[in-house]
Design a protein around this ligand. Sequence first.
Ligand code: ADP
Length: 267
Amino acid sequence: MIVVKVGGSLGIDYDAVCADIARLWRSGQKLVLVHGGSGETNRVAQALGHPPRFVTSPSGYTSRFTDRETLEIFEMVYCGKMNKGIVERLQRLNVNAVGLSGLDGRIFEGRHKGSVRVVENGKTLVLRGDHTGTVEKVNVGLIELLLNAGYLPVLSPPAASYEGVAINVDGDRAAAALAVALKAEALLLLSNVPGLLRDFPDEASLIRRIPAADVETYMEFAQDRMKKKVLGAAEAVAGGVGRVIFGDARAGEPVSAALAGAGTVVQ
Ligand code: ADP
């Protein structure tokens, strides 16, 4: 079993990712696909007159402040356009994909934060009305039901809070929790960069191997959103996932290449 998370940034070639997944699936590889959609969400939110607001936590993580309107735009894009676009690509390739969010069947469950502490202009503020949280529980029953019946699950945020409220969660960390719950041998985090770069954006500075025990010390190379990927990788290997690969989803055969060791391998 492998878990593949494909990001939502500009430059990702979803046709290439889906074609590669279809080949692997037909050869008998069990897998679950998780996807993002942040680039398209930003574009649609702007077009709807509700531009994204990014906030930084006191520990330096950047995230989207998700009020109710933002959550609804987020759902339109993630559960609608992005999810159905991927399911359609896979169906055209004769793979019986089923798209679900973490809210469906409570696949991803976690705590609703409600308010967040953020740092703005050097001051710490508390913002209320936030619909974000962290995945703490993965309910694999529905996923196993689908896999055993021959369907390929295609999953995306949001998750369900314990009270049943939709919460925006980080896709990389959700995929990591899923890989742990499914006892996956590998977790692939595919994005629009070749892997973790020592000197971002210099692609020649690709870090090829990270010993699992040292992964958190590599956090210093990751800026903004890459930090969540490194954190997700640390959580996955700590939870027993054999290896995590940060791979390139811009062209070629992104999944096969990552499985063959391209990108950054955490092991
Ligand atoms: P996705 O939506 O594809 O999952 P993110 O945008 O969340 O991806 O994270 C990937 C981005 O992280 C890259 O496009 C890059 O701009 C940024 N980044 C920051 N630091 C690094 C680094 N050290 N190596 C690679 N990418 C980095």
